[in-house]
Design a binder for this molecule. Structure first.
Ligand code: MRU
Length: 339
């Protein structure tokens, strides 16, 4: 399969025969440096360290890492299963990670052992399915946006976060190409600045004019009437339509409702967790307070000062106007429990 240049986006994850290459997202936009991953442990660490991030992207990374691990483990299925445990536990909130790991495990069960070529076939399918899903969602989501709209997005949901052209950002770029979007705003997304570092970089590459705002400007922006759609991705969608996504998403959904803007969530089916009834069951990742103390190499809080750093929140389904997956446009009341 050729993943080198999908029409809708670019590739930040490349399987290179004997290794996995990841575009190091911690360094963007200043540097475009690739890191080489040869083992499951290195892949798990890259996921923990946010070298690669975004729900679909970490699932795809884990799938390819399972192939590398199978080659190394030979017939030692137990050691390979331990590698998969490590990958599956690298981050807790995005269900895509465990979904991909479990698909790799099922393949080994079907094959009755480790067959690296068949595992590679599955990893490539997982990747290709995501590219296709991105394309379908971009089309479905863009159709919902009325010409002349202003949109606000949060975090990064583009090619860096997925296998293809992105989820929410894919919709925004497609809608901009169709001339439906007047203005695009990207929240900077503290503390990792996925919005200002990554989304702005992707929008510039795509030739879509946009403005970055600090988180605190979102209220004033929505109050100004310049935004008709807040559009985000998701890390997990539960059966009732509750949505876990980057911290700050919930606040944007409240703001959208208050100011009469619509709130759209765009995510592939691999982000849906039909077995989880509602968002109360979602484990929210909490990261090191050091991520809050320092920014761009500077102390922005006294070192060691107490901090709380949850990196996702849960938006209740009743604040969500529409959820777009590759299967279609879903409106309330959501019912993702029935597959
Ligand atoms: O911590 P991150 O950068 O992995 O968080 C990513 C997000 O919250 C995205 O919105 C989500 O994964 C959807 S990516 C298509």
């Amino acid at each position: 399969m050729d993943f080198s240049a999908p029409k809708n986006g670019f590739q930040a994850i490349r399987f290179d025969g004997d290794c996995l290459k990841l575009l190091d997202q911690r360094l963007l936009p200043a540097q475009e440096r690739w890191i080489r991953v040869e083992t499951a442990a290195q892949a798990a660490q890259a996921i923990v360290d946010l070298v690669v991030r975004g729900a679909p992207a970490i699932g795809i990374t884990a799938a390819y890492a399972a192939v590398l691990a199978a080659r190394q483990r030979g017939s030692n299925l137990a050691a390979w299963q331990a590698d998969l445990d490590l990958l599956g536990q690298a981050r807790p909130t995005a269900v895509n990670l465990r979904w991909a790991v479990e698909r790799m495990r099922s393949q080994a069960a079907t094959d009755d052992g480790l067959d690296p070529d068949r595992l590679l076939g599955l990893a490539e399918s997982i990747h290709a399915e995501d590219i296709d899903a991105n394309r379908t969602m971009a089309r479905l989501g863009a159709e919902l946006i009325q010409a002349g709209s202003g949109v606000l997005t949060h975090c990064n949901t583009g090619s860096l976060a997925t296998g293809g052209g992105g989820t929410a950002l894919g919709v925004i770029i497609e809608a901009a190409r169709q001339g439906r979007v007047d203005q695009v705003f990207a929240d900077e997304t503290r503390p990792w600045l996925q919005g200002s570092r990554l989304t702005a970089w992707e929008l510039a590459r795509a030739g879509v004019g946009a403005r970055v705002i600090v988180e605190g400007a979102a209220c004033a922006l929505l109050a100004s009437g310049q935004v008709q759609w807040v559009i985000t991705g998701a890390d997990r969608i539960t059966a009732n339509g509750d949505v876990a996504n980057k911290i700050g998403t919930y606040g944007l959904a409240v703001l959208a409702r208050h100011h009469g803007a619509k709130f759209m969530v765009v995510a592939p089916q691999s982000t849906v967790d039909p077995a989880m009834a509602n968002g109360q069951g979602i484990e929210i990742e909490e990261r090191d307070p050091g991520e809050i103390w320092r920014a761009a190499g500077l102390d922005v809080a006294p070192q060691g000062f107490a901090a709380w750093n949850p990196v996702f929140d849960v938006t209740p389904a009743d604040l969500v106007d529409v959820i777009v997956t590759e299967r279609g446009v879903h409106r309330p009341p959501f019912a993702f429990g029935q597959h």
